[in-house]
Write a protein of this length. Structure first.
Ligand code: FES
Length: 173
């Protein structure tokens, strides 16, 4: 058995998830999904641990994790902003929205801020063309977006985080 370096809390969470799926190799996708939900991404050591626990080759786990776009092998931000660059959104100014967000967050599409607060994505058509240009933030659709509205949205997300952190500090004090 190889020695895998993992924080204790991550290992405990992984154990619970694997156990909940009864160590069933057939549930690999569901296990990966639950593991990712815990950390927002799938670190290498977690995949190695899973391979060991399920007695599966690590290559097979990587194959599945890289096949599905829903799995992330790099750290993700707490919040995800997605700009639709499909044709309907594109002609209504979506590229300008993306540029503005890239400038604002100081990252490019496909990247995550170093403080792990935001991930920025660009996709092609999210099926809400009539609302274009569309920005999706943490799963919530925002239509007819402009740079001003996008800036406001970012400020709201940051302000909400601040409030939550304050409340957390008060509870822990
Ligand atoms: S092109 Fe943006 S939702 Fe369809």
């Amino acid at each position: 058995m190889t020695q895998i370096n993992m924080a204790e809390d991550i290992k405990n969470a992984a154990d619970k998830i694997i156990d909940a799926h009864r160590f069933d190799k057939m549930q690999l996708i569901g296990i990966l999904h639950d593991l990712q939900a815990h950390q927002r991404w799938l670190p290498r050591e977690v995949l190695e641990y899973l391979a060991e626990k399920l007695d599966l080759p690590i290559n097979q786990i990587y194959h599945v994790a890289t096949f599905f776009k829903a799995f992330y092998l790099k750290p993700r931000g707490k919040h995800t902003c997605t700009v639709c660059l499909g044709t309907a959104c594109h002609v209504r100014g979506a590229p300008k929205l993306l540029e503005n967000l890239e400038r604002n967050l100081n990252i490019k599409a496909g990247e995550t801020t170093p403080d792990l607060m935001f991930s920025l994505e660009a996709v092609n058509c999210v099926g809400a063309c009539a609302l274009g240009p569309v920005v999706i933030c943490d799963g919530e659709y925002h239509g007819h977006m402009t740079n001003i509205k996008t800036d406001r949205l970012l400020r709201q997300v940051k302000a909400k985080d601040k409030e939550e952190n304050k409340a957390k500090e008060l509870v822990e004090a």
